[in-house]
Design a protein around this ligand. Structure first.
Ligand code: AP5
Ligand code: MG
Length: 186
């Protein structure tokens, strides 16, 4: 099984992906975490940092290369859960082609629905301990604008493929996970 977890900044994608990954034995591929791990690596790291610090998306070509490498490395072990990738129509179309060539299927897109107020509150509260340079109110606002303009069109794209599972993401962590499990176990 290969999944994508979808939702705005601070929605709980990483939190739920970690639980899903453990329960269904899937490799958790978080594009944000993979990019943050690159930060210490010279020129590329410096480039990534300017985008992340501004709350803007790194260029498609760069993230596609990085994620394809991660997929190739992990797909042989079994299924994956994507968290934060794809995030643009270009990335989604490229992933579809890549999967098709390898005869792999993306089974479902778990869409976490919650209010912007709650998501901002979660990201800000995490910012107090995460050390993430993009968890401040100014950058969170930009991340939301970017999400609303560049990323939400993916929902329509995956709805057409009948892959979207809508989940109430506003509830407590355990409740959200329970709902996801009920839908996946069907
Ligand atoms: P990324 O790291 O993906 O950040 P994001 O999408 O903004 O999402 P977050 O990681 O902030 O939130 P989350 O949904 O994972 O929530 P979490 O579980 O942590 O991307 C960062 C940057 O990298 C981008 O801005 C961009 O620059 C770059 N990037 C990444 N992918 C890219 C791509 N594909 N293309 C181009 N650029 C890319 O939860 C948040 C907090 O809330 C936590 O403290 C958690 O404990 C808490 N929480 C979670 N669930 C609940 C709950 N149900 N109730 C109460 N608290 C909860
Ligand atoms: Mg995350």
């Amino acid at each position: 099984m290969n999944l994508l977890i979808f939702g705005p900044p601070g929605a709980g994608k990483g939190t739920q992906a970690a639980l899903i990954s453990k329960r269904y034995k899937l490799t958790h591929l978080s594009s944000g975490d993979i990019l943050r791990a690159e930060l210490k690596t010279g020129e590329l790291g410096a480039k990534i940092k300017t985008y992340q610090d501004a709350g803007k998306l790194v260029p498609d070509a760069l993230i596609i290369t990085i994620m394809e490498k991660a997929i190739i490395k992990n797909i042989k072990k079994g299924g994956v859960i994507f968290d934060g990738y794809p995030r643009t129509i270009k990335q989604a179309k490229t992933l579809d082609k890549f999967f098709k060539a390898k005869k792999i299927n993306l089974d479902a897109v778990i869409n976490l629905n919650l209010s912007e107020t709650e998501a901002v509150k979660r990201a800000l509260s995490r910012g107090q301990t995460s050390g993430r340079s993009d968890d401040n109110i100014k950058t969170i606002k930009t991340r939301f604008t970017v999400y609303n303009t560049q990323t939400t069109p993916l929902l329509k794209y995956y709805k057409k493929q009948k892959k979207v599972i809508n989940i109430d993401g506003q509830l407590a962590i355990a409740t959200v996970f329970k709902t996801i499990r009920q839908r996946l176990d069907k």
